[in-house]
Design a protein around this ligand. Structure first.
Ligand SMILES: [Zn+2]
Length: 117
């Protein structure tokens, strides 16, 4: 198992389109937290708006996620999501992951953890 997959496994993330770049320990308000820097990208053949094969990769947009905590420590992720641009209909759209629902930063695992308390 690669280091990338080991880290994802530890964090309970199953999306293999996510690549871990590095993990750092930092502190915020006297609380230690682990920040995982990662990117999300995959090939897109067709535009999801018009269906034409005219999609090019168009940079990344960073998003900030809170992950479920391990041993009471806070875990966050800076996830750079791939953006795509369609030259036929001139729309842009972003890579999506099951880790979060669109436009939502609290991850599903964290939600289920909150439900347990
Ligand atoms: Zn299009």
């Amino acid at each position: 198992m690669s280091l990338n997959n080991s880290i994802l496994n530890l964090l309970g993330i199953e999306d293999r389109n996510i690549k871990v770049l590095n993990v750092e320990t930092t502190s915020k308000n006297n609380e230690q937290l682990k920040v995982t820097h990662a990117s999300l990208s995959y090939p897109v053949a067709r535009c999801k708006n018009c269906g034409f094969e005219t999609v090019v990769k168009n940079g990344f947009r960073k998003t900030h996620l809170r992950l479920a905590s391990l041993n009471g420590m806070r875990y966050e992720m800076i996830l750079a999501k791939q953006r795509y641009y369609c030259s036929n209909c001139q729309t842009t759209f972003g890579a999506t992951t099951d880790l979060t629902k669109p436009n939502q930063t609290l991850t599903r695992k964290l939600k289920s953890q909150i439900m347990l308390f």
